[in-house]
Design a protein around this ligand. Structure first.
Ligand code: GMT
Length: 378
């Protein structure tokens, strides 16, 4: 089967999920065409079955904002025609579902009936998509997609609550390739001694440091933990809140205990050092970063917002607290690291739970969707 994948090529979760789906499908013999403005960060471009088509945007001084949707939908039409694609799978509604609708209409004029699958990821619904400036077009393009999926039950409910959707939404959870997270402690890729001393626990946070992630809370939790236990904090990723995060770290006197690692394409390797993963987000449709941590045997301290309770099980794989409850999150972190024996139990539980989101359980759901759509055109 020939599938076009449209996503953001950056470090955001939706782009990561789209890339992993595309690469896994290519391994199974599908022909996958990524259509984006840059190669996706986690994409292995030289794998067989993977193609990349760059959306080029012409700068023209008359425009304050360059018309990306136009360039994207034109590129979609060209690629569908040239490579005879059967499906366009777009990740993140804005503007991808809208551009896909335009491409579909242009192709119908040429007698080509390409099917559109839209996967909603979170902020395209909860934060940005439901804003009055975008809502009309987002709602329209979701309703015009042939199939709509969300990455959690919580996001499905949010979508029905915030938009007038007249079609069935299918939930297909995000997934993990467990084999990529097997870097064993003490192995060549995981020399923990490089980061912390024997008695120090290692806490980790990975995000794009947008306000929705509440990354300053991570530093506050860390400072409270340090009052009771020796520890280090690894901060992975970059984003607009980072200067504030650094300011708070200095103010609380914990700056020197933090490793600022920037963006990484190797979170699987970084996570092998971790004892506890912290994700105190204000809103999170799923929390792929939490699942990645769990796959690396790291229990999770998170807020209980959105889809996080569908991933992190309170008292089993970590703990959930209300958003902003920094004291509670610190208390729960200390529960996890109370002793090596307790921590080991939570680590194992986290890993067992991550297994249920293994790629082999989830990918067939997308394949079934594609097959049912292609059957309609035969
Ligand atoms: O929130 C991000 O960091 C990026 C964003 C995206 O779309 O790139 O993530 C959303 O999609 C991820 C993959 O499905 C989910 O795991 C995240 O929970 C979701 N983020 C939010 O809902 C805030």
């Amino acid at each position: 089967m020939r599938i076009g994948v449209v996503c953001y090529p950056t470090f955001g979760g939706s782009g990561v999920v789209a890339t992993e789906i595309g690469m896994a499908l290519a391994k199974k013999g599908y022909e996958i065409h990524f259509i984006t403005y840059n190669p996706p960060v986690r994409l292995d471009l030289i794998s067989s079955g993977i193609h990349f088509h760059q959306v080029q945007i012409e700068e023209y001084s008359l425009f304050q904002h360059q018309p990306y949707e136009l360039a994207l939908s034109s590129k979609m039409v060209q690629v569908v025609e040239k490579y005879d694609l059967e499906i366009l799978h777009v990740h993140y509604a804005i503007p991808h579902a809208y551009a896909a609708y335009m491409a579909k209409q242009m192709l119908l004029q040429k007698g080509i009936d390409v099917k559109v699958v839209t996967t909603l990821h979170g902020t395209d619904i909860t934060l940005v998509g439901s804003h009055p400036n975008y809502k009309t077009a987002v709602e329209f393009s979701i309703n015009q997609s042939d199939v709509v999926t969300t990455v959690s039950n919580s996001l499905k409910e949010d979508t029905y609550r915030l938009f007038a959707i007249d079609k069935k939404i299918e939930v297909v959870y995000n997934f993990i390739e467990l084999d990529k997270y097997g870097h064993s402690l003490g192995g060549p890729d995981c020399q923990r001694g490089n980061i912390a001393s024997e008695d120090e626990f290692i806490l980790t946070h990975i995000s794009n440091y947008r306000p929705v992630k509440r990354a300053k809370d991570v530093v506050k939790i860390f400072a409270k933990v340090l009052e009771k236990k020796p520890a280090k904090l690894m901060l992975v990723g970059q984003g607009p809140d980072m200067p504030e995060v650094k300011r708070v770290a200095k103010e609380l006197g914990v700056y020197d205990k933090i490793l600022f690692l920037g963006n990484s394409t190797e979170v699987n390797k970084i996570l092998c050092y971790s004892d506890v993963f912290i994700l105190p987000s204000k809103s999170e449709s799923f929390g792929l970063a939490a699942l990645e941590a769990m796959a690396a045997k790291t229990p999770v301290i998170s807020s209980n917002t959105g889809g996080l309770p569908e991933v992190n099980v309170h008292g089993v794989t970590g703990f959930l607290s209300d958003v902003k409850q920094v004291d509670d999150m610190a208390k729960n972190t200390l529960k996890l690291i109370e002793s090596k024996k307790v921590l080991e139990k939570y680590k194992q539980n986290a890993y067992e739970r991550a297994k249920t989101f293994g790629i082999d359980n989830v990918l067939p759901k997308y394949e079934k969707i594609y097959e049912s759509l292609v059957a309609l055109t035969k």
